[in-house]
Write a protein that binds this ligand. Structure first.
Ligand code: HPA
Ligand code: ZN
Length: 334
């Protein structure tokens, strides 16, 4: 399914949506945090989607135990480090790991800027240990409102030299993108790239807002873009890549079946898409599985899958020479 001579890249992957269930269990014991069950096996349904959720917000609840057990900066560093080990285990060559520092800090009142520093350190150590490349994207969790997002942004910007972009995630329906225009002006002033979750819970107008108001260069999901032909043309003409996450879209109820995903419409319109995981531990999948789904459930050809691997490389928030290095290193490994 995967072209072994091209780098395997995950551009949409939440570090705080990929905390291993056994690490959550371990941290709960270590930190004296009560869990709702006595046996590990009974815990899995609390942290992993069983088939699907009814909507995005029900899906996102499954991420809560992962962050609720983070009682110290050391815990944050540990989960960041393990996220890089997971990349290596999944055969991923390069990833952009995103995280919401306020969401990670919230339960135990950790200093948000220090959480950012701990994640940066954990990922750095992981990259050295496992020989994987990764960059970080900071998230503003819109669910918690404007004030918390400004605090989150301030904390992220302290460490802006260690980030490649800022994202807006969480409750897309309840907290539309237009509320965050001022924050994304600050992001532009800081010289960071922008990717926005849009067209997942809400419709194509949300994707327009992400692009026009927040200056998104990539769109997380963008599923509902298929409803607006003018938007499809705009995405294609402006080379705005959609970060597609098939299993996540099914599990959040954004699509009813994987085979309903509008990826063919996107490809026919010349809209660039790439394949990504979103929250692998919560979904119980890894990136190669998404390529298998694209082939087996959506009938994508080997050529289309190769193009998708290249789309991820092209859309990555790294320099042309770093892209070239990823390409040449991969072919040298064969
Ligand atoms: N959408 C919005 N916020 C999120 C998601 C998602 O799919 N995953 C983790 N946070
Ligand atoms: Zn996401």
């Amino acid at each position: 399914m995967i072209c072994e001579t091209l780098p395997l890249i995950d551009l949409h992957r939440h570090l705080d949506g990929n905390i291993r269930p056994d690490t959550i269990w371990d941290l709960a014991q270590q930190n004296g945090i009560d869990l709702p069950v006595e046996h590990f096996n009974d815990f899995i349904p609390h942290v992993r989607i069983q088939d699907k959720a009814s909507d995005l917000m029900e899906f996102l609840v499954k991420l809560d135990w992962g962050v609720n057990v983070l009682s110290s900066l050391e815990d944050c560093k540990r989960v960041a480090f393990e996220n890089v080990e997971d990349l290596s285990l999944a055969g991923i060559d390069y990833a952009e790991l995103r995280f919401s520092p306020y969401y990670m800090a919230m339960k135990h009142n950790l200093p948000t800027a220090d959480v950012v520093a701990a994640v940066i350190e954990g990922v750095k150590q992981g990259c050295e240990e496992f020989g994987v490349k990764a960059n970080l994207i900071g998230i503003l969790s819109r669910t918690f409102g404007l004030e918390k997002c400004q605090h989150e942004l301030d904390s992220l910007l302290v460490h802006k030299d260690h980030l490649v972009a800022i994202d807006l995630a969480g409750d897309e329906l309840g907290k539309p993108a237009n509320l965050f225009e001022d924050q994304f002006k600050q992001v532009a002033n800081a010289g960071l790239n922008v990717t926005i979750h849009a067209g997942e819970a809400a419709g194509p107008e949300s994707v327009w807002h992400a692009i026009k108001l927040l200056k998104a260069q990539r769109i997380g999901h963008g599923v509902k873009s298929y409803e607006d032909k003018h938007l499809l043309d705009y995405l294609a003409e402006n080379n705005i890549t959609l970060e597609t996450c098939l299993t996540s879209n099914y599990q959040t109820g954004t699509i009813d079946r994987i085979s309903d995903h509008p990826i063919h419409t996107f490809l026919e319109h010349g809209v660039k898409v790439c394949l990504n995981t979103d929250d692998p531990a919560v979904e119980g999948i890894e990136l190669k599985h998404e390529y298998t789904l694209a082939k087996q459930q959506l009938g994508l050809t080997t050529q289309q899958l190769q193009d998708i691997q290249l789309n991820a490389l092209n859309a990555a928030f790294i320099s042309d020479s770093e892209k070239q290095t990823l390409l040449t290193e991969k072919s040298a490994k064969i």
